[in-house]
Design a binder for this molecule. Sequence first.
Ligand code: QVN
Ligand code: ZN
Length: 330
Amino acid sequence: MANSEKKQWDSSQLRKYDFSLEQIPRLHYKDPKIDELIKQNLPVLITDSNIVKPAIEKWTLEYLERNLGSAGHTVYVSRNHKFKFYDDKKILNKNNPKGVEFSPPTKRAEMKVFEFMKRLREWKRGEKRVYLQQILNSTVGPAIVEDYMNFDWRYVGEKKNKHNWGELTSNLLFIGMEGNVTPCHYDEQQNFFRPNPRCILFAPDQFENLYPHPVHHPHDRQSMVDFDRPDYTKFPKFKNVKGYETIVEPGDVLYIPIYWWHHVESLMRGGPTITVNFWYKAGPTSLEYPLRDHQKVSIMRNVEKMLLEVLQDPKEVGPLLRAMVLGRYN
Ligand SMILES: O=C(O)C(=O)C[C@H](CCCc1ccccc1)C(=O)O
Ligand SMILES: [Zn+2]
């Protein structure tokens, strides 16, 4: 993440998608308008902050190779540029008979940091891509721990308290290759994210245009639409999708509100990217009316989970909901 020079890029380094995008507001970290946006669960790019300054200044690939420690690290391997996340616990296998038949799109490997860096350095176009996604925990070396302690915790703590978020669950370190993509998904956590250069965001009310996988599926929370080749027959509403984008400059931190969809990509021909996130649990939610869009997504998830639990067979969920709604609630 060391960004001594201002990273210049051009639009040929951005992957092309067939939807239009507006810009996400960029505000200086001292600007009080930031709190107004966070309060409304709206994204904002926070500039010139010191939130992860030590990482910005010191975390080069060489520094990380020397200091990430000797433990094995979680690395995903993909045959293409996409790293679509999946939850192992929902895959059908001998000790999960209720799981879903599923062939993972990426392989998860454990690699020592020098092994990962070697793969990064020697990668040739067309070869499998790698993406290190590692929780920052006690296994990392003392220098990294010290840098981590020197993040601007006062600033993030002040936001957490002001907007009564839950506890910080984790900080993940991502080391990705140029052109890597994390496809569109939402998380159930608040996120301060020092991202890869390009983030595309969609509000929770875009649920119907983004067709998330069913809740019991390993790709729960991920969009079923392949942005590179959208299937408008299966997903007709995708053509109505309305999104925002930001290209992150050095020193920026993006606030990704809970339940907001995000697609994250490293610039093509932009070299490897080093990013860090801060995931916070949701705070206590009181149901005020009118309900917020993200609260309706949470309600839909709970209805889906309850129906799956009580009907047992996922194939019965559609017919029951259609019987309940068609001609009566539509
Ligand atoms: O910070 C976030 O929320 C991101 O989406 C960052 C994203 C990788 C996330 C991978 C992942 C997705 C779902 C569950 C666990 C891990 C990136 O930077 O490529
Ligand atoms: Zn995410």
